[in-house]
Design a protein around this ligand. Structure first.
Ligand SMILES: [Zn+2]
Length: 171
């Protein structure tokens, strides 16, 4: 059993602007630990607090290791994140743990720099390209009540996928 239940896309909390994190305390650390466990159990690359029913500006991301390139897995916890720089444009398929079984092509910035705070309230800055850039923007959208389907040209562009057979959705 994962630590928390991931809400489906029709949950009202997923359509709200989440509240700022104000207290970096034990409860926040417990929430982050639960979110990481829940994300791992769902094979996701990212998970935002509203997806587990908590209206806070917080998300976790874990980019899997690239064994061939010798790059270890990279984990990020970001509270009160803000995009400070966005460059280029890239269109790729992505999915969402709150909308299992569907993917769609979304155009996003190719490289983004995001600033925020870690679980202890220490200022951090993350620059991401590729999957990390996409995940940062997807999770940030969740904090503003936006789902990836809102960014599709049309809902006809949604593609049904067999979750067991496909690569992990973004989150
Ligand atoms: Zn999502």
């Amino acid at each position: 059993m994962p630590a928390r239940q991931i809400l489906f896309a029709d949950a009202p909390v997923l359509r709200q602007k989440a509240r700022r994190v104000r207290k970096y305390d034990a409860a926040l650390r417990e929430l982050v630990a639960d979110m990481l466990e829940t994300m791992h159990a769902a094979n996701g690359v990212g998970l935002a607090a509203p997806q587990v029913g908590v209206s806070l500006r917080l998300f976790v991301i874990e980019i899997p290791a690239d064994e061939e390139a010798g790059i270890p897995a990279r984990q990020y916890v970001l509270c009160n994140p803000e995009i400070v720089k966005a460059v280029g444009e890239e269109t790729e398929e992505e999915g969402c743990l709150s909308l299992p079984g569907y993917v769609g092509e979304v155009t996003r910035a190719a490289v983004v720099t995001v600033k925020g705070f870690d679980v202890n309230g220490k200022a951090v800055r993350v620059r991401g390209e590729g999957l990390l850039a996409r995940a940062l923007q997807h999770e940030l959208d969740h904090l503003d009540g936006i789902l990836f389907i809102d960014r599709l040209e049309s809902l006809d562009k949604l593609r049904r996928v067999d979750q067991a057979a496909e690569e992990a959705p973004v989150g």
